[in-house]
Design a protein around this ligand. Sequence first.
Ligand code: FUB
Length: 308
Amino acid sequence: LCRYYMGTILFLLLNNVLFAQNPLIQDQFTADPTARVFDDTVYIYPSHDIMCTEDKGKPGWFCMEDYHVFSSKNLTAWKDHGVILTQKDVSWTDPQAYSMWAPDCIEKEGLYYFYFPTKSKESGAFKIGVAVGKSPVGPFISEKNPIENVDGIDPNVFMDTDGQAYLYWSGKNIYLAKLKPNLKELASEPVVIANLPEEGHMEGPFMFERNGNYYLTYPHVEDKTERLEYAMGDNPMGPFQVTGVLMDESATGCWTNHHSIVAFKKQWYLFYHHNDLSPDFDKNRSIRADSLTFNPDGSIQKVVPTLR
Ligand code: FUB
C-alpha cells in the first residue's frame, strides 16, 4: 500500500499536478482569474504577479511579465501548464513593460483566442492584444498589432448562442463592442456601458448568460477596496440595471478584486483573488474559488469567501 501511495505521489509531482484549496495556487502569485470550461476541464487564465525591483518595472506597483494556465478536472488538483505567453513574444509591447495584466481566453472552431492587455511600445498606453493557439494551453502566437480602436485593460469576450462575440473592457469606464467573426477586430464602435454607478471606479468586466438573463459583473471601488457587483439585462449590449453585490469589499485591505463566473458539472462558481500569500503587499495576489448560488428570480446570493 505504501509503495502504491509513494508511486502516486511521485507520478503527480512529476506531472506537475498541484493540490490546493483556497488559495488555489500556492507556489506562485496569481490574480485576475478567468476560468473557462473546455472539454469537461476547467482552465484558469490568471495574471502572474511577480515582484518589481529597481531594474524590473516600478517597485511597489503591479509587475507581470508572462502568463501561466492551470487546469483541473475536479477543482482540487490543479496542473500548471507553464508559461503560455511572455511580453517578449509580443512585438507591439515594450519587453521591459511588465504590464501583462488580466487576460481572457475563448474557443471558436477548434482555435483558442487568448486576449491580454499590455502597454503599447509606441504610445505607452494600455492596448489589448490577441494570441491564437490550437489548444487551451497554447502555444499561443500573438498577432502583430493590438486590436484597433481599443484602449484599456481587462478584456473579456462573451460569445452568445447565435455565435456573435462581444468584447468588454475597462478604462475610464466600462466599454463594449461587437467582434468580427475572426475575433481579432471590432465590428462596431466601442460604446460606454450606460446606467452603471456614477461614483467610484469600475473595471474587470465579466459577462455571462443564464436562462436568458445577461449578467454584467464588475469590481467597483468607492473607498479603498473593490466590491464585486452585477447588473442584469436581456441583451449582451444592454441596457443593464444594477442589481446587487456578489462579494463585499475586502476587510483586510487587498485593494483589487477581479473575477469570473462559470458553471462546471451543474454548479456555478465565482473565481476571484485576494492577497492570502502576501498579507503585507497587495500586488502579490492569489486566486480563489467559491460556489455561487442564484435565487429563483435570477438574482445572485452574495458569496462569502472561504479559505479552505
Ligand atoms: O492585475 C492588474 C489589475 O488589477 C487588473 O487589470 C485589474 O482588474 C486589477 O485586478
